[in-house]
Design a protein around this ligand. Sequence first.
Ligand code: C5P
Length: 219
Amino acid sequence: GRKRSLEGKMVLITAGPTYEAIDPVRFIGNHSSGKMGYSLAEEAAERGAKVILVSGPSGMVVKHPSIELYRVTSAKEMMAKVFEFYEHTDIGIASAAVADYAPREVAKEKIKKKDEHLTIELVKNPDILKTMGEQKRHQFLVGFALETENEEENAQAKMQKKNLDMIVLNSLRDKGAGFRNDTNRIKIFTPAGKKEFALKSKEEVARDILDCIEAEILK
Ligand code: C5P
């Protein structure tokens, strides 16, 4: 048995990609596996938390009985489900790779092949985590950042802009880190400082992240 250090806490986690419909058979999506979010959910449940996992389309499965899984498809559906539970959330972790844009309208019928060029107009999706930050009261909020340039500055700026208590920076430079991989190399920022970690399995990364959250909450 592990320490039940999150007993009595409600942890809300977003995971996976979102799919934004173009027509009845097509969508805009991304290669996020959902693995990081599902690993965080399992680890938080092991530590005694009640976990709400709001997941976009992912092949991952949930094992722990204390995890309530809600499957959603689009960013708007993810947003709606998250805010059903936000008020009662103690710790919010946004690990989903939410599509930034969605088609302005969903075609009712399958779009036919016709001209050489086809334009699909996209409109900005709601920023779920930013909205959580704006409505934050007692919640401890954690976001993820995946940057290609000025990564540390951008991650810290994102933490401020979204009113977060912690941000986890995924390294893209390391082979084996991030998207679609089973391993990840992270840096964790809080307003007070920075912590760097080695390349590890996403299960181990989940432990590091929850250790940091617990240390911050108990401060
Ligand atoms: O702004 P950016 O997409 O880089 O921020 C990444 C963080 O914000 C992640 O934690 C991600 O889950 C969250 N996010 C969100 N809703 C969006 C876009 C990002 O919750 N529409």
